[in-house]
Each structure stands twice: as C-alpha cells, then as structure tokens.
Write a protein that binds this ligand. Structure first.
Ligand code: GLC
Length: 422
C-alpha cells in the first residue's frame, strides 16, 4: 500500500511538472529592424514554455508605412490568420475599430506604464494596444573623431553641419574616402515625417498641424528648416540619403562611415555589439536646435505596441501573449538586448539597465518631452496627412520645387483634407 502511494505521488508529480499540453497556435506580425525579430523570438520561446501554446512570427519589412498598408488590407479582409499586431504609436486612432478593447484585461498592469503612453493607445475610452517600448531619437556622434579635431558636440543644426563638414573634409584628405558627415532618414515614408517635424519645429516652425487642428506648416521658419536640410544632401550627407530609412542610415554609421547620425535608441546596442567597428567610439546627445525665433531641440515621439485583432480565433490566448511580451520582466529582457526604451516606469531605475544600456535612463526626459506627430489630432486622416507632408519634404530635398512653394501647396492640400473633417 505504501509503495502504491509512493508510486501515485511520483506519477502525479511527473504529470504536474511536465510541460503544459500544446493548446493553441498563435501568430504575431512584426517588422524587421535591427535585432528586434531575434529578440522577439527569444521572448516567444519563453512564452511557449510557460503557456504550452505555439507562436509564429510573420516578418514584415522594417518600414512602418509598408506595415500599415498591409495591416489595413488584412484587417479590411477580416484576416483571422493574424492574432497579434505590432503597432506604431501613431496608428491607434486609425486601426481602433478592428482591434479588441484591452481595458478590462490590462487593468492590473496599465498602472506600471507611463500614463502618457497608455493615453496614446486609448481611443474614445478603448485601450487598443499594450505598449512594449517607446522611442525618442538621438544624435549619434563619433567621440573619437570629434576629439581628434577638437570639435564640440553640436547644439544647433548649423553647428552640426559645420562640424560634419570639417571632420569629413579632414578625414577624406587623410585617406578615409568613404566617410560622410551626417546620415538620417530621407526616404519618402513615415520616418521622413519624424525627421522633418524635428527640423521644422526645432526652428520655431510649429508642429505641422497644431493640437487645435490649425494647419500651421506653411511658415518661413519651417521653410528655412527644409532649405537647410536640402543643403545637406550631396554635401555632408550622401545623395543616397533620399532613399535611406533607419537601417540604411545605421548601415553607413555602423561601418564607421558617418560622423553623425539621427536615429532611434535601438542603434545604441547594435553599435556597441561585439562585431561593431564603432564599438566604444561613439556617444549620443539630444538632437540640435534651430536658430530662428522659438528655436529649441525637438525629438519626435515614436514607439511600438501590441494589439489583438478582432478577427483572431483565440482572442483570450492572444491577449495573454500581448500581456506577457509587455510585462516588466520581458521589457527588461528586451531593453538589455536592444536598448529600446521601456514603457514601464520602474525600469528607468533598474541598475542592470543603467549599467548595460546607459542610454535608457539618460533618455527618460527626452522621451517624456518628445513631441507627438499630429495623429491624435487628425485621427483617421493621419496617414494621408503624413504622406502629404513627407511628399512635400522629399520633393524639396530632391530639388523639385522650393521649400516655400512646396509648403504653400502642402497647406492647400491639408486644408482640403481638413475640410472633409478630422
Ligand atoms: C520608429 C518609431 C516609430 C516611427 C518610425 C518611423 O520605428 O518608433 O514611431 O513611426 O520609426 O520610421
């Protein structure tokens, strides 16, 4: 009898400690930037072990603009193959009606996140996505090269252009033929909206569309900022910058071929990775300010979230998955590997993060003061408004029309869009 009990206890123990039975197959969509997919896979491996569910990643191109186009198509078609979407901070108002309300499911966890980020994902009282990381750009600079030529970290765009030119010219003369002064995101897509909002607003040129709905972009300070950026192309920036997104800029920077780069915090961990030629040779600073009236440094607010599709066949499991990835433990894991800025407030005081990814605590104030794009203002018209803006900017950078003419034309287009209601 004793032996039988012992056997029973053993058997129960074995059953309880065994991995949970495979329950459901889930899929998550994610864009491919830096080491993001690799790290997401590691997080999902842990989730699979804990839950017994399986998760596959549908990998998309890195451009948020391309991703958004596909999301719209899939959601419009009621696609049930995708359970969880990784969504950009700006898309909440446009996708809200096709995503599950997470308010009730997340009520035990939202308090740990920055309230402003939760707010950005709340549309008419509905929490449409759970934040996984936030974004605010940095000016990356080569410490070694600035030191070599006795140059300071630039505080204005003018100083940036002057220093970029000085260092680039001297380096080239010394045989460093491939070096450029400054790389950024000049392609015609959402990333250019982020860059150009920084140029215009940091020069006192307003926020494109103000929070009260006023179309403000057609003004001399904004035009001067675009003219300034046009002057960089082909001088301190490679002509190819007009086709660069984040990863192309990082490619030039990380091979050691740029003095300065505008990019998001993800480039910090990668630049300091073992095989990186610039490991230990760079640092980050706030983006420069303009010089006009009202000039100040401006960082555009970015960030990524997880949303559950209304058409998922496993919404319960999908919500649990989103909560798992957004949790403090997994955000810490992600931050240590990617230097993405967490959305959990306590992680800015975490000693491991401060030691391994010092950009994170340094960037807390920058992200808290970052300027949102006008997506909450123009709501479902945001994609169209942004694409009008980046088109006007790209035309200017490419020499198709002057900044003043392109902004006057943009104002007319945005006013027409506004006339249809936003
Ligand atoms: C980053 C930001 C995102 C922005 C995108 C533009 O991924 O987090 O908000 O829209 O860059 O390229």
């Amino acid at each position: 009898m004793k032996l039988f009990h012992a056997f029973l206890a053993l058997a129960v123990g074995v059953v309880l400690s065994a991995a949970p039975v495979h329950a459901v197959d889930l899929s998550i969509v994610s864009g491919d930037t830096g080491n993001g997919i690799k790290v997401l896979r590691e997080i999902l491996d842990r989730y699979e072990k804990e839950s017994g569910n399986k998760v596959s990643i549908v990998v998309l191109p890195p451009s948020t603009t391309d991703q958004f186009g596909l999301y719209r198509l899939w959601l419009a078609a009621g696609n049930s193959d995708i359970d969880v979407y990784q969504t950009d901070v700006i898309w909440a108002p446009q996708l809200a009606s096709q995503l599950i309300d997470l308010t009730a499911a997340a009520k035990d966890v939202v308090g740990a996140h920055f309230p402003s980020i939760i707010q950005s994902q709340t549309v008419n009282g509905k929490l449409v996505a759970l934040p996984i990381f936030t974004d605010a750009p940095a000016l990356y600079y080569r410490k070694d090269l600035l030191d070599k030529y006795g140059a300071k970290v630039p505080a204005t765009w003018k100083e940036l252009a002057d220093t970029a030119k000085l260092v680039m010219d001297k380096e080239r003369a010394a045989g460093n033929k491939d070096i450029w002064g400054f790389v950024f995101q000049g392609n015609a897509y959402e990333g250019l909206t982020c860059n150009a909002l920084e140029w215009a607003m940091s020069n006192g040129g307003g926020q494109i569309i103000e929070p009260d709905g006023t179309v403000s972009i057609n003004n001399p300070q904004a035009a001067a900022a675009l003219d300034m950026a046009k002057g960089w192309v082909g001088t301190i920036s490679p002509p190819g910058v007009l086709a660069y997104q984040e990863e192309e800029s990082r490619g030039v920077w990380q091979t050691g071929n740029a003095v300065f780069m505008r990019n998001w915090p993800y480039a910090y961990a990668l630049g300091n990775s073992e095989a990186s030629p610039i490991k230990g040779k760079f640092d980050v600073a706030p983006l420069p300010a303009g010089t006009g009236e009202g000039a100040r440094p401006v960082a555009t607010l970015g960030g990524w979230n997880l949303a559950v599709s209304k058409y998922s066949k496993h919404t319960g499991a999908a919500i649990e998955l989103a909560k798992f990835i957004a949790s403090p433990e997994m955000q810490k894991f992600r931050t240590l590997k990617t230097s993405n800025l967490p959305t959990i407030q306590a992680l800015y005081d975490d000693a491991d993060i401060a030691r391994q990814q010092p950009i994170v605590p340094r960037w807390k104030q920058i992200f808290l003061n970052a300027v949102p794009r006008p997506s909450a203002t123009v709501k479902i018209k945001y994609n169209e408004a942004s694409s009008q803006f980046w088109t006007a900017v790209h035309n200017t950078l490419s020499g198709e029309g002057s900044a003043a003419d392109n902004l006057a034309d943009l104002e007319a287009r945005l006013t027409k869009l506004k006339g249809k209601g936003w």
